[in-house]
Design a binder for this molecule. Sequence first.
Ligand code: C5P
Length: 397
Amino acid sequence: MLASRRILLIVGGGIAAYKALDLIRRLRERGAEVVPVLTRGGAEFVTPLSVSALAGRKVFSDLFDLTDEAEMGHIELSRSADLIVVAPATADLMAKMAHGHADDLASTLLLATDTPVLLAPAMNVRMWQHPATQRNIATLKADGIGFVGPDVGDMACGEHGPGRLAEVPQIVDAIGAALADGPLAGRRVLLTSGPTHEPIDPVRYIANRSSGAQGAAIARELAALGAEVVFVTGPATVPPPGGVEVIRVETAQEMLAAVEGALPADAAIFAAAVADWRVVGASTRKIKKGAGGTPALEFAENPDILATVSAMEAGRPRLVVGFAAETCDVIGHATAKRARKGCDWIVANDVSHATGIMGGTENAVTLITGDGEEEWPRMGKREVARKLAERVARALA
Ligand code: C5P
């Protein structure tokens, strides 16, 4: 997907600039050509020599370099790429972009281009949260600029929160998705993934063992085939891939609201392990141990998101896919589930302990459609995801 694609990589100024060096390697490993541009700030953190050695070509950095202008003007430089990536994208560079400034090579290239642009922001938490930055981001999104990250986590400045540069594999995924022109180009696919957490009180909740691995893999493969993916995820342990729109939720009710808000879509795949029940009247205060004995929890049934969407009269996605994790009579239960839920396909698997599938790296599934059942051999979750994404592409063709 990245082979022979030309990526203009603008490395902005920030401590995360060192990760851009690894990004260059990973992109070249995949056959991409990387044309590097280093801002003045970027050059304070990584040297032009390291950047050009890894990219295997000269690094552009000065707006008024007469040799460069003679060889390749900045307009040409910005337009000959398949994609422009800014990593790390600083608050300052985003502000310049949002306001159309062009006072150095990077901002001039970004203003002069008609090539798609993907930003991987990285900055201090407060800078990220500042209303000015958020305003600029909204402007850039409205202009059609793509984003990957930032992540939430510990930062070099010692603070914690949103602002960390997305991890390199996530940026590579996002680049792959931005360049994808596969059979799902122009299709919007909604995907639920991960577990849900149903609160008992502010510190306790009911959860399940879903890692979100299979859902994340499906999202990645759908995006790689060119789909616009909306990834509604519960608190999973496996991070979402880059290149998809991530909507984070905790409870089943929040997941349903997010799904309804994200429709319409051409296809919807429900890979989440949604809690069947929630606790009625979850306490707003921590329940105390005491003389009252053990608390009695009362449960209410959660909405069935798959069944709700399958039964939609207006705006039902053309293809609705559910999952069935069973521990016995897999095909029998899954076939009955397909009819009961009203979905088009069921991806059924045996999650009994002996299979090692739940939480493992492999999966053995049977695809149940209106035409019958199709048993897939045991394979990696990534291969299952790829095969399913290809089937979805065929169904929507
Ligand atoms: O009924 P069961 O939980 O076995 O069904 C599994 C399928 O239904 C999965 O696709 C799951 O994502 C979906 N589901 C849902 N909402 C629920 C329960 C399950 O979307 N409340």
